[in-house]
Design a protein around this ligand. Structure first.
Ligand SMILES: [Zn+2]
Length: 226
């Protein structure tokens, strides 16, 4: 067996030993407090970023570019991966997690500006992001290098995914939808690994958000007001 798999199985044995009793209360079902949709990037450990090690607490889905949408014969809809806990487990908090330096946002930016050739499966994912990011690309400030442009678009993408959830008839109206950016590259100036709240239920004005959510005012910040 290849070394990586052997090491992973050893890690899983440790996991099973420490987690055994934590499943006692969730043997027969789940009622997660929140659904999170995060980029699959290996540097962003979805449960770890919330310090979560409680089975049943978070319904976590991941894909490149933290998309909440998929394309069906009916057109673009909220992806079943995100919708499932909202429709079936009473979950009423949804959190979209973008991250600094996102490769999927970078690829979409390149695709919209220079063109890009990727295998069809990756192109499909980039194509789902493209229409949502295109207006953002057009509004980018002129003085940004590529890295800066991508980090601005990371915020724009989170805003767009939040809007898709808010606009969908499939998402219950009383769902709280929050957008955050995870920073491990010192872009926001906080500690590496902190998430920065950039959007709550579609509101993205930092001062308004800080007034409305004073208990977490120090966690609210964004790079780009547009
Ligand atoms: Zn990413």
């Amino acid at each position: 067996m290849n070394r990586t798999v052997v090491d992973l199985l050893a890690g899983n044995a440790d996991h099973a030993q420490s987690f055994g009793s934590r499943f006692d209360d969730v043997q027969d079902g789940q009622h997660p407090d929140a659904v999170t949709v995060c980029c699959s990037d290996s540097r962003v450990l979805q449960d770890h970023i919330w310090d979560n090690d409680t089975p049943g607490h978070l319904f976590s889905c991941g894909n490149i570019g933290n998309r909440v949408v998929q394309r069906t014969d009916e057109g673009e809809v909220v992806s079943g991966d995100v919708l499932y806990p909202l429709a079936h487990t009473g979950t009423r908090t949804a959190i979209v997690v973008g991250h600094t330096g996102c490769g999927a946002v970078t690829a979409t930016y390149q695709s919209l500006t220079d063109g890009l050739s990727e295998p069809p499966g990756i192109e499909h994912c980039i194509d789902l992001l493209g229409p949502h990011l295109e207006p953002g690309v057009e509004r980018l400030p002129d003085d940004l290098d590529t890295e800066g442009a991508v980090n601005h678009l990371v915020e724009y993408n989170v805003d767009q995914q939040v809007e898709c959830l808010l606009d969908s008839d499939d998402v219950p109206d009383d769902t709280d939808v929050v957008g955050v950016v995870y920073d491990f590259q010192d872009v926001y100036g906080g500690a590496r690994g902190e998430v920065h709240v950039i959007n709550v239920d579609g509101e993205r004005d930092v001062e308004t958000l800080r007034d409305e959510h004073s208990t977490v005012a120090h966690r609210i910040d964004r790079l780009w007001s547009y």
